[in-house]
Design a protein around this ligand. Structure first.
Ligand SMILES: Nc1nc2c(ncn2[C@@H]2O[C@H](COP(=O)(O)OP(=O)(O)O)[C@@H](OP(=O)(O)OP(=O)(O)O)[C@H]2O)c(=O)[nH]1
Ligand SMILES: [Mn+2]
Length: 186
């Protein structure tokens, strides 16, 4: 018999609402791999790294992981996320959002610098984002990327990760395995 008096597991409802929102926002986007994988695989995979490898169960972090590329890459606004998922989630997403007003080189440098000073929650999302993207590079080369561009991404990612350390050892250890395989000094 259903326990009608029990409180609803509202975190689960919030989480599923967030998956649905992220999927709709990224619906027209594809990854850069030759198979043109649906983009939503990436934010879901980032959240999965946090739960399965990082042992993270903070719902704000997991929702921010699902939404982490929405402000940067879709029409989603901070206010929309704050209204639907709360200020904590919106703040984390904003912290991991690149300023698209800068040039690509400026953005890459900004990420290295900013990594040191963002919140613990934002650092978790950034670490999982990097681990997903580096594994994705090992899986398939994005269309038009040379071997040098791939290697340069690994080197740059290691500099960002350097400034995120002390946040989540299991994820950092997984990143180190990838850096070693590529002979990137850490
Ligand atoms: N490895 C990989 N990455 C892909 C693929 N498709 C899309 N991406 C995205 O491309 C970004 C990395 O490519 P870059 O050329 O360095 O960055 P840019 O698109 O922002 O200029 C990542 O964005 P991001 O998640 O915002 O992270 P970040 O690297 O900008 O921090 C990553 O998610 C793919 O097939 N493989
Ligand atoms: Mn990402």
């Amino acid at each position: 018999m259903a326990d009608e008096g029990a409180p609803k597991e509202s975190w689960l409802h919030d989480f599923v609402k967030c998956v649905d929102f992220a999927a709709k926002k990224h619906t027209k986007q594809r990854r850069k791999d030759p198979e043109k994988t649906p983009y939503i695989n990436h934010p879901i995979g980032v959240a999965h790294i946090l739960t399965s490898e990082g042992n993270i169960s903070d719902i704000n972090v997991l929702q921010a992981a699902l939404l982490h590329d929405t402000i940067e890459d879709t029409d989603t606004t901070y206010d929309e996320i704050e209204y639907l998922f709360g200020k904590k989630v919106a703040d984390i997403v904003l912290e991991v959002t690149d300023n698209k007003g800068l040039t690509r080189d400026e953005r890459k440098l900004e990420q290295i610098k900013k990594a040191k000073s963002v919140s613990h929650e934002a650092k978790l999302v950034k670490l999982a984002d990097k681990l997903y993207n580096l594994r994705d590079l090992n899986r398939a080369t994005p269309e038009g990327w040379s071997l040098k561009r791939v290697q340069d991404y690994f080197i740059w990612a290691s500099k960002v990760v350097e400034n995120l350390r002390g946040t989540c050892l299991p994820i950092e250890n997984q990143l180190d395995i990838l850096f070693k395989e590529r002979n990137v000094l850490v």
